[in-house]
Ligand binder design. Sequence first.
Ligand code: M6R
Length: 366
Amino acid sequence: EKGGYDHFMLKEIFEQPQTIFDSLRGRLDAKAGKLTLGGLREHTDLLKEANRIIIVACGTSWHAGLVAEYMIEELCRIPVEVEYASEFRYRNPVVGKGDVIIAVSQSGETADTLVAMESAKEKGAIILGVCNVVGSSIARLSHAGVYTHAGPEIGVASTKAFTAQLAVLALIGLKVAVEKGTITEQRFQHLLDELEDVSDKVAIALELNEQVKKIADKYKDARDFLYLGRGYNFPVALEGALKLKEISYIHAEGYPAAEMKHGPIALVDENLPVVFVATKDSYYEKIVSNIQEIKARKGMVIAITTEGDQIIPGMADDVIVVPEADELVAPIISVIPLQLLAYHIGVLKGLDVDKPRNLAKSVTVE
Ligand code: M6R
């Protein structure tokens, strides 16, 4: 049942080229320049006219929501808020007609997300679900939605569900943008092509497995880790830190790289590994100077970079090179080595990576 892999987590990490493809299949037709999202039906119009989109989720799904905030604001010019479901539901939020809630959940059973949706629905908001489990409570409570087709996820740490969420949220953003006219035809076609290619690039990133394992061995005894990224890669840094915490029990924090100087930089010394998600994008030069700031304080830098990068390899202690992609789809690729890093550190420490202590696969209690 683990398909020859030692753990479900590794099997699921390696399934991603297929699960991303499955999540795009029948929806994305890059050659014809077309996008079909049957699940949204008449709600595409409501999304197009939304005053505001509020994404509610927990954990890894919340990180996918953060990436979607960047995507949807850029593509659709609609204000997006991303809320921890547990906070949103308890604070009597200002929400009602004209608001569209997107609930993102692998299991579709997360209690906090479910209740957050219920209260927004009562107040007149339209609810869309992005779920992986067909017929789950969240899917049933939604007015409409788009399923991720990641297949059953057994490992407690979410991996393939995350990349499927990113793919589906990109499709939603693109669909609304093209209907609303907030994207040029050229950019639309370019992003369709980029999404079409992303599965193959993920497959290439998975070839880094042995290299990442060596890096895991080098850093496995660190007490703390810092993960930094900017823009579309900022939520990837958060996700990398969450994976490491869950699987290896090493304390890790993710931050937007520029926030570092407002506090976390005080932690940096020769014992602190700092993982930079630093692929080539519009923030590249800024992140290069953030790497310099860490090196000047003797931190150890592990950098996720893009093929052809001439600068970062000369600065970092370890470099993990992933295929180039448009910044909007880059998180689908740049998260892969971070999943592998957490996995290998957990295994090297002799931990039960499929069932980390104190965690449940779906959190059905508030
Ligand atoms: O099933 P959901 O996507 O609603 O679950 C949300 C979180 O509980 C989940 O992502 C959790 O953070 C994972 N253990 C992360 O790996």
